[in-house]
Design a protein around this ligand. Structure first.
Ligand code: AGP
Length: 603
């Protein structure tokens, strides 16, 4: 998730921009940069790694601005989605006389870039963002009207984008738009000061009123004020920076559960049209000579891998097996070159998963990583990388990592089916239609969250939880059990519903809590009879389903939908919220549970 800051005023802009970027570090980034314009002179600094590297660079340059003179500046922290974390790919991006910073994904950047290159524009980066500044200058060179050029530019863009653009053609001015990615504009404490930021954290203490822009709001900011294309609501900035980093949520985990509908939208941007899945990161020969997919991962990523195995076999008709990395690395596995070896990891640094990847590389297998962090050990090691674009995940308990991984793997199963031509194109188009509805399935309704919160008070003890599901809902049950375990410290296990009668049902009694995942569109009658067997033996049942189920002691109703994958993601949100609310009631540290680390980089 990139971070954006902007400033117009007469204070020294460099410090304001750098301090602002530091307040956005919590969003995660791999490079940073600023551009400043004063008295017709531009300065631009970029650095990979932490902001301290950028500060060093600016210090060494002896750059300074004149005090009490109007200046304008923009800054950016980059979370790589297109192009490696390098200085060239860092923002701001420069045209001939303009700079731009951008948060989001320009879905149609390839065709725009090709057209601009034909018109003589020179590109230096691999990013989608760079097209914005060249498009602006193309239009300005035609009409010599900066406001019109900016409007013509944004009308050409597709995707998600919040943009700040400064240009020599219009001094002391910031052109901006908010569309899909967050952007706030604020009035400085001094008159004739305007500030921008991706969230309010950088604004607290240096600004008073703020407007959190809605999609489609754009305009022109100058020292004497901001002109918008529509009315905006001004409000007072919150006082606490800590709550600002969490965007007002109580925990990063809560924020990240609510973010899922947005980040999953980013995950899909530019990777499908109405009838095709598109992975520019892969080549269409990736399946040549391949008869099997082997996936290795740990923890939540392992659960995403298990979910994927159902889709790879059902949709792509490719044999798929899944291994826990810590087991795989010592079992002397049979590795043959007809295996496509896939590792899944949020951090890209998990020691066991990385070692498994290295073993596959050593055996000369084709390797692919599905990862959330570019430039991580796994993305640097694998032959192919697909980034999940979830943005930084600060909660130790993975949430949006799982949902974005599962969406990527579902898309990958369709992409492989496309390559093998083993399902009709209309089937792929139907899946794409369903994929487009997944963000809505991940939307957290207040009523649902309140239901999970109220219910959680009844599940604070007991001698254990069974989370049960069938088919792809079995790995979801495993994920639900892991969420509860790792943040409430209550014992829970995920189990295949059909397997309960082979032993675990001996545990059934009122103190045994069974969380039953009962989707309408996948073996409902089977799961229903499994749950009835448990209920008949007096186990306490909490059913999650779109269909009423009278035998449940507790019941969480999810929306009726058309497909089991909608139900999968709806139930995922319930499991995440339920675990979080139990943990809160028990007084645990939701974001940093005991004994756990966000990335297990040791064995
Ligand atoms: C998930 O909630 C846990 N924090 C943990 O199981 C995690 O999924 C596992 O350590 C794998 O991490 P990775 O995805 O970064 O490889």
């Amino acid at each position: 998730m990139c971070g954006i800051v902007g400033y117009i005023g007469e204070q020294e802009p460099t410090k304001i921009l750098l301090d602002g970027l530091k307040e956005l570090e919590y969003r995660g980034y791999d490079s940073a940069g600023i551009a400043i314009f004063q008295n017709r002179k531009f300065a631009n600094f970029k650095a990979i790694g932490k902001i301290v590297n950028l500060e060093e660079k600016i210090k060494k340059s002896n750059f300074s601005t004149d005090a009490n003179k109007p200046s304008v500046g923009i800054g950016h922290t980059r979370w790589a989605t297109h192009g490696k974390p390098t200085e060239l790919n860092a923002h701001p991006h420069l045209g001939q006389y303009s700079y731009v910073v951008h948060n989001g994904i320009i879905e149609n950047y390839k065709e725009l870039k090709e057209d601009l290159i034909k018109k003589g524009h020179k590109f230096v980066s691999q990013t989608d963002t760079e097209v914005i500044v060249h498009l602006f200058e193309y239009f300005f060179n035609k009409d010599k009207n900066a406001t019109k050029a900016f409007k013509d530019t944004i009308e050409k863009l597709k995707g998600a984008y919040s943009i700040l653009l400064i240009t020599q053609s219009e001094p002391n001015t910031i052109f901006f738009i908010k569309h899909g990615s967050p952007l706030a504009v604020a009035k400085g404490l001094n008159s004739e000061e305007i500030l921008f930021a991706s969230s309010d954290a950088p604004l607290i203490g240096i600004a008073k009123d703020v407007a959190y822009l809605e999609d489609g709001v754009y305009g022109v900011a100058k020292p004497d004020g901001v002109v918008f294309n529509t009315d905006v609501n001004w409000t007072t900035l919150p006082s606490s920076k800590q709550s600002a980093q969490k965007d007002g949520f109580r925990y990063f985990m809560e924020k990240e559960i609510y973010e899922q509908k947005d980040v999953v939208t980013d995950t899909m941007i530019g990777r499908m049209d109405d009838e095709h899945i598109i992975f520019d990161e892969l080549d269409d020969k990736i399946l040549d000579g391949i008869n099997e997919i082997k996936i290795c991962a740990c923890g939540t990523s392992y659960h995403a891998a298990l979910s994927a195995s159902y889709l790879f076999e059902r949709v792509a008709k490719i044999r798929c097996n899944v291994e826990i990395a810590s087991e795989f690395r010592y079992k002397q596995p049979l590795l043959t070159k007809d295996i496509l070896f896939v590792v899944i990891s949020q951090s890209g640094e998990t020691a066991d998963t990385l070692e498994a990847l290295k073993m596959a590389k050593k055996a000369s297998l084709k390797t692919l990583t599905v990862c959330n962090v570019d430039n991580s050990s796994m993305t640097r090691t694998a032959d192919f990388t697909i980034l999940t674009r979830a943005g930084i995940e600060k909660g130790v308990a993975s949430t949006k990592a799982f949902s974005t991984q599962t969406v990527v793997l579902w898309m990958l199963s369709l992409y492989f089916a496309q390559l093998k031509k083993n399902i009709p194109q209309k089937e792929i188009a139907k899946n794409i239609d369903i994929l487009r509805t997944i963000p809505n399935s991940l939307k957290v309704e207040d009523s649902l969250h309140e239901k999970c919160r109220r219910l959680s008070k009844r599940y604070l003890h007991g001698h254990g939880f069974f989370f049960i599901g069938r088919d792809i809902f079995f790995p979801l049950a495993l994920e639900g059990a892991l969420k509860l375990k790792e943040i409430s410290y209550l014992h829970a296990e995920g189990y295949p519903a059909g397997e309960m009668k082979h032993g675990p049902i001996a545990l059934a009694d009122p103190e045994l809590f069974t969380i039953a995942l009962m989707p309408e569109h996948l073996y409902y009658d089977k799961i229903k009879s499994n749950v009835e067997e448990l209920s008949a033996r007096d186990s306490t049942i909490c059913a999650i389903s779109p269909l009423d189920f009278e035998l449940a002691d507790d019941f969480i109703k999810v929306e009726k939908t058309k497909h089991y994958m909608n139900e999968f993601f709806e139930m995922l949100v319930v499991l995440q919220l339920f675990s979080m609310e139990v943990s809160i009631r028990l007084g645990n540290d939701v974001d940093m549970p005991r004994n756990l680390a966000k990335s297990v980089t040791v064995e």
